[in-house]
Design a protein around this ligand. Structure first.
Ligand code: ATP
Ligand code: MG
Length: 374
């Protein structure tokens, strides 16, 4: 695959030729979706879930499928969720009536011929204009619309539900049951759920009592293939005249292990620093220091959240320090290491195999420098 040689994206989702690697995952996901099987994408923060989800939707759309995409992070109520789903489904025919219009300008909209025909067919849509709408009814109808709309237009539809774990903040259990009861019978629809490794995602999809169990295939996303990243970063460094670019690329990838966001961020920072100091190669350590301070707020918040739990805090620090320290902590502080490790890996902060490691390399460095003062 070829990539534009000079673009680094760190922060916004990447699709198309900006998306590095992931060919295996894309192939597997498409295979499942082709057979109508839904898929769940779980990964730690910033591993590229949204990018992969958007790329799949882009590919499916090109292949003639209908698509719908909803980011649960941005959804504040059941009503908003219902309206967003409806709007997304209808937009496959370029019918773009915003939720705002449905709620406040229904009367004007009804003067529009196409809109009138649409609500003749799907009259639940008028419910959005009610002063006191029945939001559960609308949610249920909007979920049914996904499949009927696709079927009536002789299409299959793929729905991407990003940050799906966030439905917890609405009415998690009830929504999960409603979703499952409606979408399990659908013939023209397949779903791609994505979310961070919060226990919610794991609970929704793999706990023994979950209504979603065996309904969707779970894919755990790892880092991006280092060799593919190497080719890309070397290309960008070459284009931007980064001195001793290839060895800097190697240092970056050794450090990140292919963590997509940090690889891009370090590369971007290196290019920036080289552009302001053209005379000398930029040492990796200096790039890392800059990135550490750029990300300080994010890392500090993560630390605040975790350090409220004494056992997790202790074990996390032991891992950041080096595994040997783990067992002496266990002895000294009566900490249930294996249970705590399970919690930490359940929330995506740590992978336990082959040895316990933080999934966020920058967080590890931050803990070593700022907390452990190593
Ligand atoms: N396959 C990839 N190739 C290149 N860069 C990537 C890839 N995946 C992710 N990235 C980098 O990581 C950043 C974050 O990606 P994305 O938003 O898709 O991750 P996420 O897992 O959805 O993050 P969050 O947990 O914040 O929702 C992107 O801006 C990009 O810099
Ligand atoms: Mg995301």
């Amino acid at each position: 695959m070829s990539h534009p040689e000079h673009i680094i994206t760190a922060g916004k989702p990447v699709i198309g030729d900006q998306l590095i690697g992931r060919q295996k995952e894309i192939g597997l996901i498409n295979h499942y979706l082709d057979t109508g099987q839904s898929v769940v994408l779980i990964a730690p923060r910033r591993y590229g879930k949204t990018s992969l989800l958007l790329e799949i939707l882009r590919q499916r759309q090109r292949a003639g499928n209908y698509t719908a995409s909803v980011d649960f992070f941005a959804i504040a109520s059941i009503l908003a969720l219902a309206a967003e789903i409806t709007a997304q489904v209808l937009s496959n025919k370029k019918w773009t009536w915003s939720v705002y219009q449905l709620r406040t300008q229904l009367f004007e909209l009804l003067k529009n011929m196409q809109f009138r025909q649409t609500v003749d067919q799907y009259d639940f849509i008028l419910g959005f204009g009610n002063a006191q709408p029945d939001e559960w009814q609308l949610l249920s109808e909007s979920l049914k619309l996904i499949d009927t709309f696709a079927g009536e237009n002789n299409r299959n539809i793929v729905c991407g539900f990003d940050e799906f774990g966030d439905l917890e903040k609405l009415d998690g259990d009830k929504i999960v049951k409603l979703f499952r009861s409606i979408i399990q019978l659908q013939k023209n629809s397949a779903y791609l759920f994505a979310g961070s490794y919060e226990s919610v995602m794991t609970r929704i999809f793999s706990s023994r009592s979950s209504p979603f169990l065996r309904f969707a295939r779970i894919i755990h996303l790892g880092p991006v293939d280092k060799d593919e990243f190497r080719i890309f970063i070397n290309g960008v460094f070459g284009h931007n005249q980064v001195q001793q670019g290839e060895s800097l690329t190697d240092e970056i990838l050794t450090y990140t292990g292919g963590h997509p966001y940090y690889t891009q961020l370090l590369a971007q920072q290196a290019i920036f620093m080289q552009s302001t100091n053209k005379s000398k190669p930029i040492p990796f350590e200096r790039v890392l220091d800059e990135v550490l301070s750029l990300e300080n707020d994010y890392l500090e918040k993560m630390w605040e959240a975790i350090s409220a739990n004494r056992q997790q805090k202790t074990v996390l620090l032991a891992i950041a320090e080096g595994t040997e320290a783990l067992y002496s902590h266990l002895d000294r502080n009566r900490i249930n290491v294996s249970r705590t490790l399970k919690q930490l890996s359940g929330s995506g902060l740590v992978i336990t195999k082959p040895t316990p490691t933080l999934t966020d390399p920058l967080f590890r460095t931050w803990l070593r420098k700022r907390v452990l003062k190593m």
